[in-house]
Design a protein around this ligand. Structure first.
Ligand code: ZN
Length: 496
């Protein structure tokens, strides 16, 4: 390794340590911190963020990147590629603008919390306007894009363009709208009453822990805690943190939420430890990350074999609630499709339409072809057209998501890309693992876990997301496998 490359690695490791310390503070804020700690915590996070930014955008990093000369095909080469990309992006944005974006995001978030409570879009509008204005200034820091929205998308999904996502989503919508309409005509065919009832939290905790342990969670390298807005994070390959939340009246929330976060955590836990403390020791992109959570939550845990295993666990934990409910009824219940207002509560079929709506509105916000003031009206009309639901108020409409309040514009698309990639990976895994169904039916996820570890996880960010997906599934992100998967599942359930 050249001297410049090893110095670069050392500096990046130090920066990574500081960023990890900030992540731990962030985890603590959401899981442990008493509310009155928020003021000081914001200062602490601000300081660490500033130090990380200053150290990373230093001229010296640029000189080391130029002098590094890694061997072709080596991890060093991937490190230099990824670090240069991040460095150049970070250098293009003046620190005053970055600080202003962060500040406006914090204010926007606070305003959104209050506006959503009162369902008052007017109160939130000036903050949204400010966030969009700042994002447009952010876009101006870059050049060489076809569409300004590409710049924002690239922050979450490297290399994806608006045109490409737009084409995928147009195809997806054309498939989903008639499929969901056909299901809606037979809505009575599936009930999910079994999931609602009395499920004491102590029992749910034990259940969730037991299921996660079967999937690969272990006390030695993971934690499971509770948080109002569940998430997963990790501070290295041996320290993965999951959170979930419990609803004593609905058993699906904690169980499926925890399995979702497990998918994220497993990705982090199986990244090659040699990549730890470098910019390569992370997921390839948000879309690829989300493909992992959705693969475990939806494809595995709502698939017939593993749903059978889950049914057995539930029936053992809650014998009264599950008396007379067989595995087939449970499987149907967890796959009920019903158009609804709230994205985070949507089933896997209607979910895509929630995302497409947000993606298209964001493109228009950035292109300036929609007046922000008109967002509620456009939102409500689209929900009626696409999903056939009436939006009763903005809290359950345009104000429901946190993302725009903090300035996260360009993020939503990665959720639906995750669903598409998950179906592609699943198609491949089934072809390569002939005993997959029988092992999942026994509650054993080890073969899929190992397969994902080998094909996807261990590489971290060594390949750009597009290349990683192509290496595993043999082509670009595509709609057809997801639609085929949905049809194969919903056809028999709904008698289509
Ligand atoms: Zn997720």
């Amino acid at each position: 390794m050249s001297e410049a490359l090893s110095e670069l690695r050392e500096r990046l490791a130090e920066i990574h340590d500081l960023a990890s310390a900030a992540s731990i503070l962030g985890w603590d804020q959401q899981v442990m911190m008493p509310a009155r700690g928020a003021g000081v915590r914001a200062e602490q996070l601000g300081t660490l963020g500033r130090v990380v930014h200053e150290r990373f955008t230093d001229d010296a990093i640029g000189r080391l990147l130029d002098a590094a000369r890694p061997e072709p095909g080596s991890t060093g080469e991937a490190l230099v590629r990824v670090a240069r990309r991040d460095w150049e992006k970070a250098r293009r944005v003046p620190s005053e603008l970055a600080a202003e974006i962060a500040r406006a995001g914090a204010l926007g978030h606070q305003a959104w919390v209050e506006a959503r409570e009162r369902s008052d879009f007017e109160a939130f509008l000036p903050f949204l306007q400010r966030n969009v204005e700042l994002k447009l200034r952010y876009v101006e820091c870059f050049d060489g894009y076809e569409d300004p929205y590409d710049v924002l998308l690239d922050d979450y999904e490297e290399g994806m363009t608006s045109a490409e996502v737009g084409a995928l989503f147009a195809e997806l919508r054309a498939e989903l709208v008639p499929l969901i309409a056909a299901v809606a005509e037979r809505a009575d065919a599936v009930e999910d009453e079994v999931l609602h009832g009395e499920f004491p939290v102590a029992g749910q905790r034990a259940l969730v822990r037991g299921v996660l342990e079967r999937l690969g969670w272990s006390r030695e390298g993971w934690r499971l805690d509770e948080a109002p807005h569940p998430f997963a994070t990790s501070f290295g390959p041996g320290d993965v943190r999951l959170t979930t939340r419990y609803d004593p009246g609905y058993v699906g929330m904690a169980l499926y939420g925890a399995i979702h976060e497990f998918g994220h955590g497993l990705y982090e836990s199986q990244i090659d430890p040699a990549l730890a403390r470098t910019p390569l020791g992370e997921g390839a992109s948000l879309g690829v990350h989300e493909s992992q959570s959705r693969l475990w939550e939806n494809v595995v845990a709502r698939g017939r074999p593993f749903a059978g295993f889950l049914h057995g666990e539930l029936a053992r934990t809650f014998p009264e609630a599950f008396a007379g409910v067989d595995a087939e009824a449970y499987y149907r219940a967890v796959n009920r499709v019903r158009p609804s207002l709230i994205r985070v509560e949507a089933d896997e079929a209607t979910y895509g339409l929630h995302i497409i709506l947000r993606f298209e509105l964001e493109r228009e916000m950035i292109a300036g072809t929609i007046a922000l003031r008109d967002l509620p009206e456009v939102w409500n009309a689209r929900m009626r057209d696409d999903l056939g639901v009436e939006v009763p108020d903005d809290a359950r409409g345009v104000l429901q998501d946190v993302h725009w309040s903090g300035g996260d514009i360009g993020y939503f698309a990665t959720y639906a890309l995750g669903n598409l990639i998950a179906a592609q990976l699943w198609e491949r895994a089934r072809a390569e693992l002939p005993d997959l169904d029988s092992s999942l039916a026994a509650g054993d996820g080890s073969s899929l876990r190992a397969w994902l570890g080998d094909r996807v996880h261990r590489h971290g960010r060594c390949y750009p997301p597009r290349e990683l997906v192509a290496r595993v599934v043999g082509g670009p992100v595509a709609v057809a496998p997801f639609v085929a998967y949905l049809r194969a599942k919903l056809g028999p359930i709904y008698g289509l």
